[in-house]
Design a protein around this ligand. Sequence first.
Ligand SMILES: [Zn+2]
Length: 279
Amino acid sequence: MLNEFKPEVAIILRSDETIKKFNLKRVTINTSFGPVHRCYIGHIYDVPVLIIYGRFNSEKVPSSQINFQQTIEAVKNSGANKLIGTFVVGGINPEMSQGSVYVLKDLVGAGNYNIAWNQNISFHNAEMYEPFCSSLTKQLCEASRKMDFPVKEDAIYVSFYGYPRIETKAELDFYNKMGWDIVGQTCDPEATLARLNQLCYAGVAVQIDDPKGRSKYISNLKSNQEAKAYVEDIKTCRERTTKIILQFLKDYKKYNCDICSKMSRKNKNFREFPDDFYE
Ligand SMILES: [Zn+2]
């Protein structure tokens, strides 16, 4: 599909600077859901990559309407078998300020999402005991240790999904009590779909707000003071996750993962009822 170009790693990343700096070429990848136009290919520090410019097709929609299956199918059709998601997330822990950066270790599904399953393909639940590829995550952690800002490893991402709103104070207090780090709306079902498609998957995230900032903003509104936006510039935040990705690619060590491709709960022997009973 990509004229002999086989990406080693696919990355979901909105970084205009990276696309320009490394002269990546825009391509269209076809899928059963229609073409994906926001794909860029080329080499970043000798690594053949596919960059997918975010998760939205042409316009922004609520997360429940994002076609995650289409993006994953584009990655699969490109020939890449490793995928990194980059995320802009909400903060949970009052001790972690906006702009904090994380490498993901685990996730909690706090939403009610589902995906359309093609009934011509036999069904199985994804094995998600360890949702992220340990080899890919290890390389991301190594890259993040070279940053000039702190990066929290082993982060737990709560996937709060499907409502067009962000979290209430009570929800954040609960998540914090549970020891979860960050909350967002896109890491799952992306992670589940990556697993169902035998991709190695890992993630880095940057926190765009924090509970203290959100609270202060509302207090200021109440006291009629001029409310200053509590979110750090999204571009400055994204620069941090992009920096980790570029370091990761600079140091990238090619590997074959025997684990993610085999982590499957497929039951090939499923029958509606035993064959003998047909008689
Ligand atoms: Zn893997």
